[in-house]
Design a protein around this ligand. Structure first.
Ligand SMILES: Cc1cc2nc3c(=O)[nH]c(=O)nc-3n(C[C@H](O)[C@H](O)[C@H](O)COP(=O)(O)OP(=O)(O)OC[C@H]3O[C@@H](n4cnc5c(N)ncnc54)[C@H](O)[C@@H]3O)c2cc1C
Length: 463
């Protein structure tokens, strides 16, 4: 039986990053994967969606070329080619992970892994053969899949999940998107930009419900302006798929409504891959669909660890990677500090983009903080105006007493790249005054951060 220091089960951004860091630290490492290397993120999540969104954005630019004094004749889309490009980008990224595994001398084991007691994993290969491997430490990183609701049973054709939504062979004329978290909103933006008539149905009172209310409202306005229909405080209770298209019954405060479309996209969250991987045989504890871990990702059974989407905490690629790195650094006896789950940025890559970190204004008030709030609209930014992207704003929240940067919320072009400033500032325990005195380059969208902070302290210049 082959023996390793560390075996990682699953090769998403949790698993493959963990394996690389483990190899860097001198551990003899293997990674087990049943599909393509790179997990959901590279193959079915972050990367292929951003490729689709880029195509949508370019198409939008072409359609609005005249706004920039340009004439583009006959701009049209080729849906197949857009999907093909996205798959090509995903394949290229997965091949990149293959290269990284080789470079770091990590053994890649193809097949379905099942945990066994005594720190072993049994792997069933495609040809049906089974091989057992053992390791001093086993790290579970099996990730998640699209969550199914009884009212929205996915058939992959008329009621679909995210995998089908990024590989449809025909562009639907009409689509209902159920759920307005990042995944639902990104697909709603993509399909609307490509010319599909899109209705977003959200159970809660606001779209992107985890965001600051001002951001949710602004995004709803922008989406409506772009032609997306938005229904909030509304629930799809059933879908009739018997005819040519779908008929979705939607319950709202004003009564029931039936929406007709070609396809329903169910984007109501994720379900972790914790079944049939041997957790029960080993005795690993779970709670509400997640594997329970401590601050260093140890499960209740010594020698077994879990990271990424299978554990509690935000289901994001950068979180999975950070957890895996911390887990193996702890195994290498390095001095590590638990992750600060209060300082994790979240982004939605529609247009305008949404990005945030820390407390919303409502949360800050609920937690009893006396706060200073500053807001700077991109309509007052020279760079935004020059770019034809003046939708949105930056909003910052500070603790009035000690100047702690409690939260930062952005909506606008390119803000998913800008949020890192707030993450770093908060990590370094920066005060508003320090951000204000850090000179931001002109003209940039990032000046809006400095101006929003200035607004919080009544020193704003360009408003
Ligand atoms: C449409 C979409 C868009 C997203 N966009 C973003 C984004 O922009 N930014 C962001 O941060 N996050 C995004 N996410 C979330 C992100 O993809 C996940 O948080 C991330 O992939 C989780 O990483 P992971 O390593 O925990 O698991 P996964 O990426 O799910 O990887 C798990 C891997 O384990 C393998 N596996 C499972 N069971 C076994 C087994 N028994 N044997 C062998 N292999 C197994 C799976 O095949 C898979 O490859 C998006 C998700 C979706 C669905």
């Amino acid at each position: 039986m082959s023996t390793f220091d560390i075996i990682v089960l699953g090769s998403g951004p949790g698993g493959y990053v963990t394996a690389i860091r483990a190899a860097q630290l001198g551990f003899k490492t293997a990674i087990i994967e049943k599909e393509s290397l790179g997990g959901v993120c590279l193959n079915w999540g972050c990367i292929p969606t951003k490729a689709l969104l880029k195509s949508a954005q370019v198409f939008q630019y072409l359609q609005h070329a005249e706004d920039y004094g340009l004439k583009v004749k006959g701009a049209d889309k080729d849906f197949d080619a857009v999907v093909k490009r996205s798959r090509g980008v995903a394949d290229g990224m997965s091949k990149g992970v293959q290269f990284l595994m080789k470079k770091n001398k990590i053994e890649v084991i193809k097949g379905y892994g099942t945990l066994k007691a005594g720190k072993k994993v049994s792997v069933k290969a495609e040809d049906g053969s089974t091989t057992e491997y053992s390791a001093s430490n086993i790290i579970i990183a099996t990730g998640a899949r699209s969550r199914e609701l009884p009212s929205l049973p996915q058939d992959g054709k008329k009621i679909i999940g995210y995998r089908e939504a990024m590989t449809l062979d025909k562009q639907p004329k009409k689509m209902i998107v159920v759920g307005s978290g990042a995944i639902g909103i990104e697909f709603a933006y993509f399909y609307n930009s490509m010319g599909t008539e899109v209705t977003v149905v959200e159970y809660l009172p606001n779209i992107v419900p985890v965001e600051d209310e001002d951001v949710s409202k602004q995004l709803e306005r922008s989406f409506k302006k772009a032609g997306v229909k938005v229904m909030t405080s509304a629930e799809v209770t059933s879908v009739d798929t018997s005819g040519d298209g779908v008929k979705a019954t939607v319950k709202t405060a004003k009564g029931e409504k039936v929406l007709e479309a070609d396809i329903v996209l169910s984007a109501v969250g994720i379900k972790t891959n914790i079944e049939n991987i041997g957790l029960e045989d080993v005795g690993i504890a779970t709670d509400r669909d997640k594997i329970l871990v401590n601050d260093y990702y140890q499960t209740n059974i010594p020698g077994y660890y879990a990271i990424g989407d299978v554990t509690p905490g935000p289901a994001l690629a950068h979180v999975a990677s950070a957890e895996g790195i911390l887990c193996v650094e702890k195994l290498a006896d390095m001095h590590v500090e638990p992750l600060d789950y209060g300082n994790i940025p979240g982004c939605t890559y529609c247009s305008p983009e949404v990005a945030s970190v820390g407390l919303t204004e409502k949360q800050a008030k609920e937690q009893g903080f006396d706060i200073k709030v500053g807001k700077f609209p991109f309509s007052a930014s020279g760079k935004a105006k020059a770019s034809g992207a003046s939708d949105g704003f930056v909003k910052v929240i500070f603790d009035a007493k000690y100047g702690e940067w409690l939260g930062c919320h952005m909506i606008g072009a390119g803000v998913t790249d800008m949020i890192a400033e707030a993450v770093l500032g908060r990590k370094l325990e920066t005060t508003g005054h320090e951000v204000l005195k850090a000179i931001h380059p002109h003209p940039t969208m990032s000046e809006a951060v400095m101006e929003a902070v200035a607004a919080a302290y009544d020193e704003v210049i360009h408003l």
